[in-house]
Design a protein around this ligand. Sequence first.
Ligand code: GTP
Ligand code: MG
Length: 211
Amino acid sequence: MLIQDARFLTSNARAQDCPAPTLPEYAFIGRSNVGKSSLINMLTNQKGLAKTSSQPGKTQLINHFLINEDWYLVDLPGYGYAKISKDARAKWARMINYYLRQRPNLTCVMVLLDSRHAPQALDLEFMEQLGTEGIPFVMVFTKADKQSGSRTSQQVVQYLEKMRETWDELPRHFVTSAEDKTGRDELLGFVAETNRQLAEAQQAEDGTPGA
Ligand code: GTP
Ligand code: MG
């Protein structure tokens, strides 16, 4: 998929204030500092589009980006940030849970996982929750440039083995690097294909033949 146009729309604390749910929506979530905002910039080829920081906890709100006037990319605040207060954590959980349940156009959640780390309870639990609620998601391993390709492959295999303990069918996964653009074509290809299937399903429902 070619990104012809990518622009920031709005930041919101409440899901009900987000843009009208008229377009397919892909949301990036994962631990603070895992590379969500960097991956959005990599996919859109715009370095400063989503705010990034070496300090965890940079993204605090639900940020909508409009891509090719056709779909939304959403940057969400990360979880698992150690220095956050109990109150702030509860607020995060309310905001995210409400967002995940209340966006009828949420097409797929992209769960970002640092490719250097062994599976961690917080991430596994978050994916369990998505599964329980029937929210479609894929796994996106980040920062692959920080280690050798063979090390990344090993880590991914280890992660998938862990997932197999609880999942009958594994979600799709992608290996990425915001630094060297690994995985960009694959991820954008996935979005293009998913959007195409959605449009087809919509046409079938409307009874209108494809143009
Ligand atoms: P929060 O908004 O705090 O939840 O973080 P985030 O997940 O949006 O992470 P962000 O994109 O701000 O990146 C965190 C740090 O990791 C920054 O210093 C980035 O430059 C770095 N980083 C992100 N992705 C990559 C990558 O693929 N390779 C390398 N080498 N560094 C990366
Ligand atoms: Mg961020």
